[in-house]
Write a protein that binds this ligand. Sequence first.
Ligand SMILES: Cc1cc2nc3c(=O)[nH]c(=O)nc-3n(C[C@H](O)[C@H](O)[C@H](O)COP(=O)(O)OP(=O)(O)OC[C@H]3O[C@@H](n4cnc5c(N)ncnc54)[C@H](O)[C@@H]3O)c2cc1C
Length: 462
Amino acid sequence: MRSPRRSFAREYGGLLSNRSFGGTQVQRTFYAAGQTGQQLLLGAYSALSRQIGMGAVKMYSRHEMLDVVVVDGKAKGIIARDLVTGKLERHSGHAVLLCSGGYGNVFYLSTNAMGSNVTAAWKAHKRGALFANPCFTQIHPTCIPVSGDHQSKLTLMSESLRNDGRIWVPKKKDDNRKANEIPEEERDYYLERRYPAFGNLVPRDVASRAAKERCDAGYGVGTSKMAVYLDFSFNMDRYGRIEANKHGLNNPSPEEIRKMGKEVIAEKYGNLFDMYKQITGENPYEVPMRIYPAVHYTMGGLWVDYNLMTNVPGLYALGEANFSDHGANRLGASALMQGLADGYFIIPYTIGAYLSNEIRSAAIPTDHAEFVACEDHVRDQLERLKNVNGTKSVDHFHKSLGKIMWDKCGMGRKEQLLREAIQEIRKLREEFWADVRIPGPLNGLNPELEKAGRVADFMELG
Ligand SMILES: Cc1cc2nc3c(=O)[nH]c(=O)nc-3n(C[C@H](O)[C@H](O)[C@H](O)COP(=O)(O)OP(=O)(O)OC[C@H]3O[C@@H](n4cnc5c(N)ncnc54)[C@H](O)[C@@H]3O)c2cc1C
Protein backbone atom coordinates (compact mmCIF):
# COMPACT_ATOMS: atom_id res chain seq x y z
CA MET A 1 0.00 0.00 0.00
CA ARG A 2 2.89 2.35 -0.65
CA SER A 3 1.50 4.37 -3.53
CA PRO A 4 -1.75 5.50 -1.84
CA ARG A 5 0.30 6.73 1.07
CA ARG A 6 2.18 8.91 -1.37
CA SER A 7 -1.02 10.18 -2.98
CA PHE A 8 -2.76 11.30 0.24
CA ALA A 9 -3.13 15.05 0.63
CA ARG A 10 -0.49 16.74 2.75
CA GLU A 11 -0.25 19.94 4.78
CA TYR A 12 2.20 22.63 3.75
CA GLY A 13 4.66 21.29 6.37
CA GLY A 14 4.57 17.78 4.87
CA LEU A 15 2.33 16.03 7.40
CA LEU A 16 -0.70 14.10 6.13
CA SER A 17 -3.75 16.32 5.94
CA ASN A 18 -7.06 15.42 7.64
CA ARG A 19 -10.65 16.16 6.79
CA SER A 20 -13.97 15.66 8.62
CA PHE A 21 -16.46 12.95 7.77
CA GLY A 22 -19.94 12.43 9.17
CA GLY A 23 -20.32 11.57 12.83
CA THR A 24 -17.09 13.08 14.09
CA GLN A 25 -16.38 16.52 15.47
CA VAL A 26 -12.69 16.33 14.67
CA GLN A 27 -10.84 16.14 11.39
CA ARG A 28 -9.47 12.60 11.48
CA THR A 29 -9.59 11.23 7.94
CA PHE A 30 -6.74 11.09 5.45
CA TYR A 31 -7.89 11.76 1.91
CA ALA A 32 -6.75 12.16 -1.68
CA ALA A 33 -8.83 15.02 -3.10
CA GLY A 34 -12.24 13.55 -3.95
CA GLN A 35 -10.82 10.21 -5.07
CA THR A 36 -9.54 8.48 -1.95
CA GLY A 37 -11.16 5.11 -2.73
CA GLN A 38 -9.85 5.18 -6.27
CA GLN A 39 -6.32 5.87 -5.06
CA LEU A 40 -6.53 3.05 -2.50
CA LEU A 41 -7.83 0.73 -5.18
CA LEU A 42 -4.93 1.60 -7.48
CA GLY A 43 -2.47 1.07 -4.63
CA ALA A 44 -3.99 -2.28 -3.63
CA TYR A 45 -4.19 -3.43 -7.22
CA SER A 46 -0.60 -2.54 -8.02
CA ALA A 47 0.57 -4.31 -4.85
CA LEU A 48 -1.44 -7.38 -5.92
CA SER A 49 -0.04 -7.22 -9.45
CA ARG A 50 3.46 -7.18 -8.01
CA GLN A 51 2.73 -10.39 -6.06
CA ILE A 52 1.24 -11.98 -9.17
CA GLY A 53 4.36 -10.99 -11.10
CA MET A 54 6.57 -12.57 -8.45
CA GLY A 55 4.56 -15.79 -8.60
CA ALA A 56 3.38 -15.49 -4.98
CA VAL A 57 -0.29 -15.14 -6.02
CA LYS A 58 -2.11 -16.99 -8.79
CA MET A 59 -4.95 -14.88 -10.15
CA TYR A 60 -8.20 -16.39 -11.41
CA SER A 61 -10.03 -13.49 -12.97
CA ARG A 62 -13.52 -14.02 -14.42
CA HIS A 63 -14.18 -16.87 -12.01
CA GLU A 64 -17.04 -17.08 -9.53
CA MET A 65 -16.81 -19.09 -6.33
CA LEU A 66 -20.06 -21.06 -5.99
CA ASP A 67 -19.54 -23.31 -2.96
CA VAL A 68 -17.25 -24.18 -0.07
CA VAL A 69 -15.96 -27.74 0.26
CA VAL A 70 -16.03 -28.93 3.85
CA VAL A 71 -14.13 -32.11 4.72
CA ASP A 72 -14.45 -33.56 8.24
CA GLY A 73 -15.89 -30.28 9.49
CA LYS A 74 -13.07 -28.09 8.12
CA ALA A 75 -13.05 -25.84 5.04
CA LYS A 76 -10.74 -27.46 2.51
CA GLY A 77 -11.51 -25.81 -0.80
CA ILE A 78 -14.02 -24.24 -3.14
CA ILE A 79 -15.95 -24.93 -6.33
CA ALA A 80 -15.63 -22.10 -8.83
CA ARG A 81 -17.12 -21.51 -12.27
CA ASP A 82 -14.99 -20.19 -15.10
CA LEU A 83 -17.31 -17.43 -16.31
CA VAL A 84 -15.93 -17.55 -19.86
CA THR A 85 -16.09 -21.29 -20.54
CA GLY A 86 -18.75 -22.18 -17.97
CA LYS A 87 -16.51 -24.99 -16.70
CA LEU A 88 -16.73 -25.90 -13.00
CA GLU A 89 -13.38 -26.11 -11.22
CA ARG A 90 -12.27 -27.64 -7.91
CA HIS A 91 -9.65 -25.80 -5.84
CA SER A 92 -8.17 -27.40 -2.74
CA GLY A 93 -6.42 -25.59 0.15
CA HIS A 94 -5.63 -25.85 3.84
CA ALA A 95 -7.90 -22.86 4.51
CA VAL A 96 -10.42 -20.71 2.63
CA LEU A 97 -10.57 -16.92 2.89
CA LEU A 98 -13.70 -15.16 1.67
CA CYS A 99 -13.19 -11.47 0.82
CA SER A 100 -16.26 -11.18 -1.34
CA GLY A 101 -17.63 -7.83 -0.14
CA GLY A 102 -21.11 -6.78 0.91
CA TYR A 103 -24.59 -7.62 -0.32
CA GLY A 104 -26.15 -4.17 -0.69
CA ASN A 105 -27.45 -5.22 -4.10
CA VAL A 106 -30.18 -7.20 -2.39
CA PHE A 107 -31.91 -3.78 -2.59
CA TYR A 108 -31.31 -3.76 -6.39
CA LEU A 109 -30.55 -0.03 -6.35
CA SER A 110 -27.44 0.73 -4.33
CA THR A 111 -24.11 2.50 -4.69
CA ASN A 112 -22.36 -0.89 -4.99
CA ALA A 113 -21.06 -2.32 -8.24
CA MET A 114 -23.64 -4.62 -9.83
CA GLY A 115 -21.18 -7.52 -9.39
CA SER A 116 -21.33 -7.20 -5.59
CA ASN A 117 -23.47 -10.02 -4.29
CA VAL A 118 -24.04 -12.39 -1.42
CA THR A 119 -23.38 -15.70 -3.17
CA ALA A 120 -20.01 -16.55 -1.60
CA ALA A 121 -21.14 -15.67 1.93
CA TRP A 122 -24.52 -17.33 1.46
CA LYS A 123 -23.03 -20.59 0.19
CA ALA A 124 -20.71 -20.57 3.22
CA HIS A 125 -23.76 -19.99 5.41
CA LYS A 126 -25.47 -23.01 3.85
CA ARG A 127 -22.39 -25.05 4.73
CA GLY A 128 -22.79 -24.08 8.40
CA ALA A 129 -21.12 -20.68 8.78
CA LEU A 130 -23.26 -18.38 10.93
CA PHE A 131 -24.55 -15.07 9.62
CA ALA A 132 -24.68 -12.09 11.99
CA ASN A 133 -26.78 -8.91 11.80
CA PRO A 134 -27.97 -9.43 8.22
CA CYS A 135 -30.48 -6.61 8.72
CA PHE A 136 -27.77 -4.08 9.48
CA THR A 137 -27.46 -1.92 6.36
CA GLN A 138 -25.82 1.45 6.07
CA ILE A 139 -27.81 3.99 4.08
CA HIS A 140 -25.60 6.81 2.86
CA PRO A 141 -27.21 10.26 2.92
CA THR A 142 -25.26 11.80 0.05
CA CYS A 143 -26.28 10.05 -3.17
CA ILE A 144 -27.75 11.27 -6.44
CA PRO A 145 -31.53 10.64 -6.24
CA VAL A 146 -33.31 7.97 -8.28
CA SER A 147 -34.29 9.43 -11.64
CA GLY A 148 -36.39 6.65 -13.17
CA ASP A 149 -37.01 2.95 -13.77
CA HIS A 150 -34.09 2.57 -16.16
CA GLN A 151 -31.41 2.66 -13.46
CA SER A 152 -29.46 -0.28 -12.13
CA LYS A 153 -27.18 1.74 -9.88
CA LEU A 154 -27.11 4.84 -7.73
CA THR A 155 -24.13 7.16 -7.49
CA LEU A 156 -22.54 8.19 -4.25
CA MET A 157 -21.39 11.78 -3.92
CA SER A 158 -18.55 11.61 -1.41
CA GLU A 159 -19.41 12.25 2.19
CA SER A 160 -16.58 14.79 2.24
CA LEU A 161 -19.00 17.16 0.47
CA ARG A 162 -20.85 17.61 3.74
CA ASN A 163 -17.78 19.50 5.00
CA ASP A 164 -18.68 22.43 2.79
CA GLY A 165 -22.19 21.69 1.52
CA ARG A 166 -25.14 22.84 3.64
CA ILE A 167 -28.26 20.68 3.52
CA TRP A 168 -31.63 22.39 3.28
CA VAL A 169 -35.22 22.15 2.08
CA PRO A 170 -37.77 24.94 1.59
CA LYS A 171 -39.68 25.94 4.71
CA LYS A 172 -42.89 25.83 2.67
CA LYS A 173 -44.41 22.45 1.70
CA ASP A 174 -44.56 21.53 -2.01
CA ASP A 175 -42.54 24.60 -2.93
CA ASN A 176 -42.03 24.45 -6.69
CA ARG A 177 -39.71 27.44 -7.01
CA LYS A 178 -36.15 26.89 -8.23
CA ALA A 179 -33.55 26.72 -5.45
CA ASN A 180 -31.99 30.07 -6.33
CA GLU A 181 -35.42 31.75 -6.20
CA ILE A 182 -35.97 30.74 -2.57
CA PRO A 183 -34.69 33.50 -0.26
CA GLU A 184 -32.40 32.65 2.64
CA GLU A 185 -35.08 33.19 5.31
CA GLU A 186 -37.37 30.67 3.59
CA ARG A 187 -34.81 27.85 3.72
CA ASP A 188 -34.74 25.24 6.47
CA TYR A 189 -31.21 24.05 7.23
CA TYR A 190 -32.80 21.24 9.19
CA LEU A 191 -29.63 19.41 10.27
CA GLU A 192 -28.06 22.61 11.59
CA ARG A 193 -31.36 23.44 13.30
CA ARG A 194 -31.82 20.04 14.92
CA TYR A 195 -28.23 19.08 15.66
CA PRO A 196 -26.29 22.30 16.23
CA ALA A 197 -23.18 20.54 17.57
CA PHE A 198 -22.68 18.37 14.47
CA GLY A 199 -24.65 20.38 11.91
CA ASN A 200 -24.33 18.87 8.45
CA LEU A 201 -21.78 16.34 9.68
CA VAL A 202 -24.17 14.23 11.77
CA PRO A 203 -23.67 10.43 11.45
CA ARG A 204 -24.90 8.88 8.22
CA ASP A 205 -27.99 7.23 9.68
CA VAL A 206 -29.12 10.46 11.35
CA ALA A 207 -28.67 12.48 8.13
CA SER A 208 -30.42 9.77 6.08
CA ARG A 209 -33.45 9.45 8.35
CA ALA A 210 -33.78 13.23 8.58
CA ALA A 211 -33.83 13.57 4.76
CA LYS A 212 -36.48 10.86 4.50
CA GLU A 213 -38.53 12.49 7.23
CA ARG A 214 -38.45 15.90 5.48
CA CYS A 215 -39.35 14.40 2.09
CA ASP A 216 -42.12 12.21 3.53
CA ALA A 217 -43.52 15.31 5.25
CA GLY A 218 -43.80 17.08 1.87
CA TYR A 219 -40.71 19.30 1.88
CA GLY A 220 -38.72 17.35 -0.75
CA VAL A 221 -37.33 19.07 -3.86
CA GLY A 222 -36.85 18.24 -7.54
CA THR A 223 -39.38 16.58 -9.81
CA SER A 224 -39.67 13.42 -7.71
CA LYS A 225 -39.82 15.45 -4.46
CA MET A 226 -37.58 12.76 -3.00
CA ALA A 227 -34.46 14.88 -2.65
CA VAL A 228 -32.94 17.61 -0.50
CA TYR A 229 -30.45 20.33 -1.44
CA LEU A 230 -26.73 20.22 -0.76
CA ASP A 231 -25.68 23.81 -1.27
CA PHE A 232 -22.13 25.13 -1.58
CA SER A 233 -22.91 28.81 -2.17
CA PHE A 234 -22.37 29.88 1.45
CA ASN A 235 -18.92 28.29 1.68
CA MET A 236 -17.95 29.36 -1.83
CA ASP A 237 -18.42 32.95 -0.68
CA ARG A 238 -16.64 32.28 2.62
CA TYR A 239 -13.63 30.81 0.81
CA GLY A 240 -13.78 33.64 -1.72
CA ARG A 241 -13.55 36.27 1.05
CA ILE A 242 -10.58 34.43 2.60
CA GLU A 243 -8.82 34.34 -0.77
CA ALA A 244 -9.55 38.03 -1.32
CA ASN A 245 -7.98 38.83 2.06
CA LYS A 246 -4.98 36.66 1.27
CA HIS A 247 -4.44 38.53 -1.97
CA GLY A 248 -4.96 41.91 -0.33
CA LEU A 249 -8.00 42.78 -2.46
CA ASN A 250 -9.97 45.71 -1.07
CA ASN A 251 -13.73 45.74 -1.56
CA PRO A 252 -13.92 42.81 -3.99
CA SER A 253 -17.23 42.53 -5.86
CA PRO A 254 -19.60 39.62 -5.07
CA GLU A 255 -18.71 38.19 -8.49
CA GLU A 256 -14.99 38.32 -7.73
CA ILE A 257 -15.57 36.67 -4.36
CA ARG A 258 -17.68 33.91 -5.88
CA LYS A 259 -15.11 33.30 -8.62
CA MET A 260 -12.27 32.88 -6.12
CA GLY A 261 -14.46 30.70 -3.88
CA LYS A 262 -15.36 28.48 -6.82
CA GLU A 263 -11.68 27.89 -7.47
CA VAL A 264 -11.16 26.70 -3.89
CA ILE A 265 -14.17 24.38 -4.09
CA ALA A 266 -13.01 23.10 -7.49
CA GLU A 267 -9.61 22.25 -6.06
CA LYS A 268 -11.20 20.31 -3.19
CA TYR A 269 -14.04 18.53 -4.96
CA GLY A 270 -13.71 19.31 -8.68
CA ASN A 271 -13.96 15.71 -9.89
CA LEU A 272 -17.14 15.14 -7.82
CA PHE A 273 -18.72 18.29 -9.19
CA ASP A 274 -17.88 17.19 -12.75
CA MET A 275 -19.38 13.76 -12.08
CA TYR A 276 -22.58 15.29 -10.70
CA LYS A 277 -22.87 17.52 -13.77
CA GLN A 278 -22.32 14.60 -16.15
CA ILE A 279 -25.04 12.54 -14.47
CA THR A 280 -27.71 15.16 -13.77
CA GLY A 281 -27.02 17.83 -16.41
CA GLU A 282 -27.03 20.49 -13.66
CA ASN A 283 -24.03 22.63 -12.74
CA PRO A 284 -23.50 22.38 -8.96
CA TYR A 285 -21.30 25.49 -8.96
CA GLU A 286 -24.44 27.42 -9.97
CA VAL A 287 -27.33 25.48 -8.38
CA PRO A 288 -27.36 23.28 -5.26
CA MET A 289 -26.88 19.53 -5.71
CA ARG A 290 -29.94 17.37 -5.13
CA ILE A 291 -29.22 14.37 -2.90
CA TYR A 292 -31.13 11.51 -1.29
CA PRO A 293 -30.03 8.52 0.83
CA ALA A 294 -29.16 5.20 -0.81
CA VAL A 295 -28.04 1.74 0.29
CA HIS A 296 -24.26 1.81 0.51
CA TYR A 297 -22.64 -0.68 2.87
CA THR A 298 -23.61 -3.84 4.69
CA MET A 299 -22.56 -4.19 8.28
CA GLY A 300 -24.01 -7.68 8.65
CA GLY A 301 -22.20 -10.66 7.19
CA LEU A 302 -20.52 -13.89 8.16
CA TRP A 303 -19.90 -14.14 11.89
CA VAL A 304 -16.18 -14.25 12.69
CA ASP A 305 -14.08 -14.42 15.84
CA TYR A 306 -11.22 -12.03 16.60
CA ASN A 307 -9.00 -14.13 14.32
CA LEU A 308 -11.49 -13.53 11.46
CA MET A 309 -12.43 -17.23 11.37
CA THR A 310 -16.08 -18.20 10.97
CA ASN A 311 -17.47 -20.97 13.14
CA VAL A 312 -16.43 -23.42 10.38
CA PRO A 313 -12.76 -24.19 11.13
CA GLY A 314 -10.47 -23.04 8.33
CA LEU A 315 -13.10 -20.76 6.77
CA TYR A 316 -12.24 -17.07 7.18
CA ALA A 317 -14.18 -13.95 6.16
CA LEU A 318 -12.51 -10.58 5.71
CA GLY A 319 -13.66 -7.05 4.90
CA GLU A 320 -17.28 -6.21 4.19
CA ALA A 321 -18.13 -9.92 3.87
CA ASN A 322 -17.87 -10.37 7.63
CA PHE A 323 -20.11 -8.82 10.26
CA SER A 324 -17.13 -7.20 11.95
CA ASP A 325 -17.04 -4.72 14.76
CA HIS A 326 -15.14 -2.01 12.94
CA GLY A 327 -17.62 -1.50 10.13
CA ALA A 328 -20.57 -1.61 12.48
CA ASN A 329 -20.56 2.10 13.00
CA ARG A 330 -22.21 4.95 11.25
CA LEU A 331 -19.24 7.09 10.40
CA GLY A 332 -17.30 7.83 7.26
CA ALA A 333 -14.00 6.24 6.24
CA SER A 334 -14.33 3.12 8.36
CA ALA A 335 -15.00 0.48 5.74
CA LEU A 336 -11.76 0.73 3.82
CA MET A 337 -9.98 0.89 7.16
CA GLN A 338 -11.58 -2.41 8.11
CA GLY A 339 -10.54 -4.00 4.82
CA LEU A 340 -6.97 -2.82 5.38
CA ALA A 341 -6.88 -3.86 9.04
CA ASP A 342 -8.30 -7.32 8.27
CA GLY A 343 -5.96 -7.94 5.36
CA TYR A 344 -2.79 -6.30 6.61
CA PHE A 345 -2.75 -6.42 10.38
CA ILE A 346 -4.85 -9.42 11.38
CA ILE A 347 -5.05 -12.30 8.93
CA PRO A 348 -1.31 -12.63 8.13
CA TYR A 349 -0.78 -13.50 11.80
CA THR A 350 -3.94 -15.33 12.79
CA ILE A 351 -4.00 -17.67 9.82
CA GLY A 352 -0.47 -18.75 10.66
CA ALA A 353 -1.64 -20.02 14.03
CA TYR A 354 -4.32 -22.14 12.32
CA LEU A 355 -2.00 -23.42 9.60
CA SER A 356 0.71 -24.37 12.09
CA ASN A 357 -1.57 -27.22 13.16
CA GLU A 358 -2.93 -28.02 9.70
CA ILE A 359 -0.01 -27.78 7.34
CA ARG A 360 1.44 -31.10 8.38
CA SER A 361 -1.57 -32.89 6.88
CA ALA A 362 -1.35 -33.40 3.12
CA ALA A 363 -3.54 -31.30 0.82
CA ILE A 364 -6.91 -32.89 0.14
CA PRO A 365 -6.95 -34.17 -3.46
CA THR A 366 -9.68 -32.66 -5.64
CA ASP A 367 -11.04 -36.12 -6.49
CA HIS A 368 -12.02 -36.56 -2.82
CA ALA A 369 -15.69 -37.57 -2.43
CA GLU A 370 -16.60 -34.20 -0.83
CA PHE A 371 -15.23 -32.28 -3.82
CA VAL A 372 -17.15 -34.53 -6.23
CA ALA A 373 -20.39 -34.16 -4.22
CA CYS A 374 -19.99 -30.38 -3.91
CA GLU A 375 -19.38 -29.93 -7.63
CA ASP A 376 -22.42 -32.10 -8.42
CA HIS A 377 -24.51 -29.97 -6.10
CA VAL A 378 -23.40 -26.77 -7.88
CA ARG A 379 -24.08 -28.28 -11.31
CA ASP A 380 -27.58 -29.40 -10.21
CA GLN A 381 -28.37 -25.88 -9.03
CA LEU A 382 -27.24 -24.33 -12.34
CA GLU A 383 -29.22 -26.87 -14.37
CA ARG A 384 -32.28 -26.30 -12.21
CA LEU A 385 -32.10 -22.57 -12.87
CA LYS A 386 -31.63 -23.03 -16.59
CA ASN A 387 -34.44 -25.57 -16.86
CA VAL A 388 -37.12 -23.30 -15.37
CA ASN A 389 -37.44 -21.88 -18.87
CA GLY A 390 -40.09 -19.37 -17.85
CA THR A 391 -41.08 -15.99 -19.24
CA LYS A 392 -39.65 -13.28 -16.94
CA SER A 393 -36.11 -11.91 -16.89
CA VAL A 394 -33.75 -12.20 -13.93
CA ASP A 395 -33.75 -8.40 -13.65
CA HIS A 396 -37.52 -8.38 -13.30
CA PHE A 397 -37.21 -10.50 -10.15
CA HIS A 398 -34.22 -8.59 -8.85
CA LYS A 399 -36.03 -5.25 -9.25
CA SER A 400 -39.15 -6.63 -7.56
CA LEU A 401 -37.11 -7.94 -4.65
CA GLY A 402 -35.28 -4.61 -4.35
CA LYS A 403 -38.56 -2.70 -4.23
CA ILE A 404 -39.93 -4.87 -1.42
CA MET A 405 -36.68 -4.52 0.50
CA TRP A 406 -36.47 -0.74 0.08
CA ASP A 407 -40.15 -0.03 0.79
CA LYS A 408 -40.56 -2.41 3.71
CA CYS A 409 -37.10 -3.11 5.07
CA GLY A 410 -35.28 0.12 4.21
CA MET A 411 -34.72 3.26 6.21
CA GLY A 412 -37.88 3.11 8.30
CA ARG A 413 -38.86 -0.35 9.56
CA LYS A 414 -42.15 -1.32 11.19
CA GLU A 415 -43.28 -4.75 12.38
CA GLN A 416 -46.29 -4.81 10.08
CA LEU A 417 -44.23 -3.90 7.01
CA LEU A 418 -41.55 -6.45 7.85
CA ARG A 419 -44.20 -9.17 8.14
CA GLU A 420 -45.63 -8.17 4.78
CA ALA A 421 -42.13 -8.22 3.26
CA ILE A 422 -41.53 -11.79 4.49
CA GLN A 423 -44.74 -12.97 2.80
CA GLU A 424 -44.07 -11.03 -0.42
CA ILE A 425 -40.51 -12.32 -0.73
CA ARG A 426 -41.70 -15.91 -0.20
CA LYS A 427 -44.21 -15.45 -2.99
CA LEU A 428 -41.65 -13.83 -5.27
CA ARG A 429 -39.21 -16.67 -4.61
CA GLU A 430 -41.81 -19.24 -5.68
CA GLU A 431 -42.57 -17.20 -8.79
CA PHE A 432 -38.85 -16.95 -9.57
CA TRP A 433 -38.36 -20.71 -9.47
CA ALA A 434 -41.47 -21.19 -11.63
CA ASP A 435 -41.10 -18.45 -14.22
CA VAL A 436 -37.54 -17.14 -14.58
CA ARG A 437 -36.12 -17.23 -18.09
CA ILE A 438 -32.38 -17.58 -18.63
CA PRO A 439 -31.34 -17.42 -22.27
CA GLY A 440 -27.85 -18.49 -23.37
CA PRO A 441 -25.77 -21.60 -22.72
CA LEU A 442 -25.16 -23.50 -19.48
CA ASN A 443 -21.60 -24.28 -20.49
CA GLY A 444 -20.27 -20.99 -21.75
CA LEU A 445 -20.30 -17.25 -21.19
CA ASN A 446 -23.73 -16.43 -19.79
CA PRO A 447 -24.16 -13.30 -17.66
CA GLU A 448 -27.90 -14.01 -17.25
CA LEU A 449 -27.10 -17.36 -15.63
CA GLU A 450 -24.57 -15.67 -13.32
CA LYS A 451 -27.14 -13.06 -12.30
CA ALA A 452 -29.81 -15.70 -11.78
CA GLY A 453 -27.66 -17.59 -9.26
CA ARG A 454 -27.00 -14.39 -7.36
CA VAL A 455 -30.65 -13.31 -7.34
CA ALA A 456 -31.66 -16.78 -6.13
CA ASP A 457 -29.30 -16.27 -3.18
CA PHE A 458 -30.55 -12.71 -2.56
CA MET A 459 -34.09 -14.11 -2.39
CA GLU A 460 -33.05 -16.51 0.37
CA LEU A 461 -31.10 -13.82 2.23
CA GLY A 462 -33.99 -11.34 1.89
C1 LIG B 1 -18.98 4.16 -4.24
C2 LIG B 1 -18.33 3.70 -2.96
C3 LIG B 1 -17.58 4.59 -2.21
C4 LIG B 1 -17.00 4.20 -1.02
N1 LIG B 1 -16.27 5.11 -0.31
C5 LIG B 1 -15.67 4.73 0.84
C6 LIG B 1 -14.86 5.64 1.58
O1 LIG B 1 -14.68 6.78 1.17
N2 LIG B 1 -14.29 5.21 2.72
C7 LIG B 1 -14.47 3.95 3.19
O2 LIG B 1 -13.93 3.60 4.23
N3 LIG B 1 -15.24 3.06 2.51
C8 LIG B 1 -15.83 3.41 1.36
N4 LIG B 1 -16.63 2.52 0.68
C9 LIG B 1 -16.80 1.16 1.21
C10 LIG B 1 -15.59 0.31 0.89
O3 LIG B 1 -15.12 0.63 -0.41
C11 LIG B 1 -15.96 -1.17 0.90
O4 LIG B 1 -16.56 -1.49 2.11
C12 LIG B 1 -14.70 -2.01 0.72
O5 LIG B 1 -14.14 -1.77 -0.55
C13 LIG B 1 -15.01 -3.49 0.86
O6 LIG B 1 -13.82 -4.17 0.56
P1 LIG B 1 -13.82 -5.72 0.42
O7 LIG B 1 -12.45 -6.10 -0.08
O8 LIG B 1 -14.31 -6.35 1.67
O9 LIG B 1 -14.91 -6.06 -0.71
P2 LIG B 1 -15.01 -5.55 -2.23
O10 LIG B 1 -14.12 -4.38 -2.47
O11 LIG B 1 -16.47 -5.42 -2.50
O12 LIG B 1 -14.40 -6.75 -3.05
C14 LIG B 1 -15.07 -7.98 -3.14
C15 LIG B 1 -14.58 -8.69 -4.38
O13 LIG B 1 -15.04 -10.04 -4.37
C16 LIG B 1 -15.58 -10.37 -5.64
N5 LIG B 1 -16.57 -11.43 -5.45
C17 LIG B 1 -17.78 -11.35 -4.85
N6 LIG B 1 -18.38 -12.55 -4.85
C18 LIG B 1 -17.55 -13.40 -5.46
C19 LIG B 1 -17.62 -14.79 -5.78
N7 LIG B 1 -18.67 -15.53 -5.45
N8 LIG B 1 -16.57 -15.35 -6.45
C20 LIG B 1 -15.48 -14.60 -6.79
N9 LIG B 1 -15.36 -13.29 -6.51
C21 LIG B 1 -16.38 -12.70 -5.85
C22 LIG B 1 -16.19 -9.07 -6.14
O14 LIG B 1 -16.33 -9.09 -7.52
C23 LIG B 1 -15.12 -8.07 -5.66
O15 LIG B 1 -14.07 -7.98 -6.59
C24 LIG B 1 -17.19 2.88 -0.55
C25 LIG B 1 -17.94 1.98 -1.29
C26 LIG B 1 -18.52 2.37 -2.49
C27 LIG B 1 -19.34 1.38 -3.29
